[in-house]
Design a protein around this ligand. Sequence first.
Ligand code: EPU
Length: 421
Amino acid sequence: MVGGAALRGEVAVAGAKNSALKLMAVALLATGRSRLTNVPAILDVTIMAELLRRLGCTVDYDAAAGVVEIDVPHDIGHRADYDLVRALRASISVLGPLVARCGAADVAVPGGDAIGSRGLDLHAAGLEALGATVHVTHGFLVAEAPEGLHGAEIRLEFPSVGATENVLTAAVLAHGRTRLENAAREPEIVDIAQMLTEMGARITGAGTSVIEVEGVRALTPVEHAVVPDRIAAGTWAFAAAATRGDVEVVGGVAEHLSAALELVKASGAEVTVTDRGFRVDSGGRRPKAVDVATLPYPGFPTDLQPFAITCNAFFVNEATVTENLFEARFRTVQELNRLGAETRIDGHHVMVHGVERLSGAPVEASDIRAGAALVIAGLVADGVTTVSGAQHIDRGYAGFAESLRGLGADVSREPDEDFFL
Ligand code: EPU
């Protein structure tokens, strides 16, 4: 299509991918049937379901209803194979629950991915502090605690989301008290802590940088609704501002997105909290470019950084976007340049000079967020933009093309995995 339509109307966000996958791992901590609702309809949930099945669980995933039911037997396996971990890096979140439940976990070490090297050293150090021995052998991270885990005082060098989750999910069944300092504070951590608490865990401080856990002997299965996806909600906020549109994000939680919505406001759009979520109204104006630096929550999320770069590429003036969490997470940039963006990368910074209009061209998605950001770029570019590698977008956004069409965009999704705008 010819870019240019302002997005208007309402769009709904489902549960957060990065919470749903972890909550599925949390279910392993209790024998019996747990039920998750508000689960997004994405491939990653199917992969995590397969991983849990191989551990001996029965998993029913009704993607249309957004429900996953996991029946966990008393005795479960403790091995996560490479074929699944490779397909889904979030598989690493079974590490904590497996060591806590089985006294052992063999989890294949994920390979590097497209957004920079990501270590597991903090996960390993946290579990070691809780009494496990951890080593890597034949491509597996092996954690063992045959006598069980014990509480500990742990300080993470960096507030890693994954390491915080694995320490938390291991500590809930450890003997005694754990104090985790410099913990990640993301809403997804709070969601996990909430489900654990409903299961009978004793946790205080989730959502702050100090989490305390008093270990209990056993947990019971529960029903839990996944927290709304703040990154999907933020994507719609940027899409509304970018296309000079007016969109209500139903289910979006503005307070989970303060830093991102401040930026959208600073660019000139109006953001209001509504009964059902929040609304971004650009007033039809071309927004102003705004400097951004990614930081751990509650700072500006790295997952929204590609959208900030994309928007600045055609907003008024110029701005610098700084990536502080991941190396090499600037893959959007070279593709944006194909659309006529004027950018310069200097280490962790990208200087972006806003051009009046981008110009449609074929581009390639390298990961979920870069892919969605390129689609937004295509929405404001002259002529036809084709985003290949659209299967990456499906990993984070169920029905992205349908949602865009519902807001007035002329977008089609080709079965041959390309995304035509
Ligand atoms: N890090 C280490 N050692 C560790 C753990 C992390 O050095 O033991 C470093 C990583 O190399 C990275 C930084 O710490 O540079 C951040 O890693 P973190 O552990 O916080 O992130 P994660 O748990 O691997 C989750 C999300 C990512 C999101 C980041 C940051 C999931 C499945 N993934 O990753 O989301 O970018 O937090 O918010 O929850 C996505 O959804 O597309 C995605 C990549």
